[in-house]
Every structure is written in structure tokens, then in C-alpha cells.
Write a protein that binds this ligand. Structure first.
Ligand code: DON
Length: 309
């Protein structure tokens, strides 16, 4: 089995750095608008070895939409498949991640999948807790376990900045509340959602989360189950079909691994039975995926013949 070396990571990152300015940083969340496109980092966390990294690997960023995989796993553990898929469908969509359009044409207000914003809001709404603080605590507990780091938390400034400007996400949530998909306080839901998106980590920590999924939900060091294998399988399947939004088909052809992106510029990828890969580069393409991240993963998959297809 071909493995990744430190030199591979350095070489690939060097090769794709030229794309660092070929996109725009997300500015619809004001606190993300000042991210420096030149900051790039990558880490590979093998399930049977030491973490490897290149670039500014200690730089911390918010995980944004990558959190949707984690809240999906948590909701599936807490409520089971049928309850979750009563609220959200399992189908990819060609609409952008923030789209409200299909909520009107599909089954009343049922989002297409848990990776778009509407679907993620519906899933977050299911997380157990008496209030938003307890719900955020539940999410952080799982993130800390997956990344094996108790110090992980969310960035209050980014969370507040998104909370104050999340008019579209509020609209999605209110539309779903009107139709019974979302229950309870929309403001509390937005509080939890913006905090989960603002969870902060480095590529090394994110790659470890990828490694847990690569190991079918088990801790890469101890082999203890952290997420049931059937839940890990569902999450990885959504990463393939919807993880890169309406660029998921192209990504599946060009790279061919389960992956999830976030508008901060992070992408986590899963190499089954091998390890987790995390890339960071804040400039985004028009679909909201990191330009450096996509080029990096394309280069890696092509050189190592790691497409799963
Ligand atoms: O809800 C939002 O718009 C952001 N907090 C997350 C979106 C996101 O990361 C989409 N990713 N590519």
C-alpha cells in the first residue's frame, strides 16, 4: 500500500501554493474577511503512525461546514436513522449550499441533505440539550473526543460575527419552523449553529478527525469505537455525494475520496483504512471550496492513485 511521506506533503503544498490567490476569501461572515490567502497548511494523520504536516500547521481556523459531519454523527447516535431522515433527505443537490429554493419545491420544507445549510440547521436542531449552551457542549464533547484534544473550543468573535449577519440562515430556519421541520427557538438554533461553525482547530487536529472516519469510527490510537461504524459509513457516504456541495460530482471524478469543505478554506478528506488528510487555504472557488485544498487533493489522489472508484 502506497503511503504518504513528509516530503510528499511538502512537495504537493509547494506545487499548489501558486493557486493561493486564485479565489476569494469568504466575506459574507465579516470575521472571515481578513483571512490571509497565503496561509496554507496540510496534515496527514495515518491510522497506524505519526501525524505528518507541512506549511503553517499550527495556524488555527474555524471549521465552518465541516462541523455538519460531526453534528450529523451526533444526531444519528442520539436519535437513530429514521428520526434524522424524517427531518432531512439523503439526496445531493445542484443548488448552492445556502439555497432556499428547493425547500419550496420538495416535500414541504424537507432539506435535500445534511451538508447544505438548511439540512445542517435541521440536524443541529435535533441535538440534545435543555438550552443552546448544553447543545454546544454536546457537540464540543464529540469534537474533542474525535480530535483527542480537550482544549478545542469555538471562536467567540467569529461566532458572534456570523450570528449577527446570518439573515439567510435565519430565513431557512424560520421557513422550516413554519413547516414543522425545525422546532423551538430559531435564535437558540442559530446560536448553536454559528458556534459549531466557529469551532477552531489546526490541520493536525482536523486530520485526526478524518483518521477516525478512515478507521470506521474507531480511535486511531486505541481502536476504541468513538462513533458507531454504521454512523461513520453514513457520514462518509454524504461526504462523497454532498461534501463538496454542488462540486461533489467533479470532486468525485478528479479526487475520489470522501471529503468535506468549509468556507474558512479547510477541507478534511478520508482515506479508508489509511488515514485522514486536512488541507487549509482560505481563498475559495465560486462553489465555496478551498482552491489550494482542491488542487492539493487532486495532486495527491492522482500521484498516489487513491481514487476509491
Ligand atoms: O452557514 C454558513 O454559511 C457557514 N457558517 C458555513 C458554510 C460553509 O462552510 C459552506 N462551505 N463551504
Amino acid at each position: 500500500m502506497t503511503e504518504i511521506s513528509q516530503k510528499d506533503l511538502e512537495y504537493w503544498l509547494e506545487h499548489v501554493r501558486i493557486y493561493a490567490n486564485n479565489g476569494d476569501v469568504a466575506d459574507y461572515i465579516p470575521a472571515l474577511a481578513n483571512q490571509q490567502p497565503e496561509i496554507n497548511a496540510v496534515a496527514y494523520y495515518p491510522i497506524d503512525g505519526e501525524v505528518l504536516y507541512a506549511g503553517q500547521s499550527e495556524y488555527t481556523f474555524t471549521i465552518q461546514s465541516i462541523s455538519k459531519v460531526i453534528t450529523l454523527a451526533l444526531a444519528l447516535v442520539q436519535h437513530g436513522e429514521s428520526a434524522v431522515f424524517n427531518r432531512v433527505d439523503k439526496e445531493p443537490t445542484s443548488d448552492p449550499f445556502y439555497s432556499i429554493g428547493t425547500l419550496e419545491v420538495e416535500e414541504p420544507a424537507k432539506p435535500s441533505n445534511p451538508m447544505i445549510n438548511a439540512g445542517a440547521l435541521a440536524v443541529t436542531n435535533m441535538i440534545r440539550g435543555r438550552d443552546s449552551e448544553e447543545m454546544v457542549h454536546e457537540i464540543l464533547k464529540l469534537v474533542r473526543m474525535l480530535a483527542n484534544d480537550e482544549s478545542i473550543t469555538y471562536d467567540e468573535e467569529v461566532a458572534k460575527s456570523e450570528f449577527e449577519t446570518a439573515f439567510l440562515n435565519r430565513s431557512l430556519a424560520y421557513f422550516m419552523k413554519q413547516n414543522g421541520i425545525v422546532t423551538g427557538s430559531v435564535e437558540e438554533l442559530l446560536d448553536v449553529y454559528t458556534k459549531q461553525c466557529a469551532i477552531t482547530m489546526t490541520v493536525k487536529q482536523l486530520a485526526r478527525i478524518g483518521a477516525v472516519f478512515a478507521n470506521d469510527g474507531r480511535d486511531p490510537e486505541t481502536n476504541n469505537p468513538l462513533v458507531p461504524s454504521h454512523v461513520a459509513r453514513i457520514c462518509k457516504t454524504f461526504m462523497v455525494t454532498c461534501g463538496m456541495y454542488n462540486a461533489s460530482g467533479t470532486f468525485a471524478i478528479n479526487v475520489g475520496i470522501p471529503a468535506k469543505s468549509g468556507v474558512s478554506g479547510a477541507i478534511v478528506g478520508v482515506l479508508r483504512n489509511k488515514g485522514g488528510i486536512a488541507v487549509f487555504g482560505p481563498a475559495l472557488d465560486e462553489k465555496g471550496n478551498s482552491v489550494v485544498g482542491i488542487h492539493f487533493l487532486e495532486k495527491m489522489a492522482q500521484e498516489k492513485h487513491w481514487s476509491m472508484f
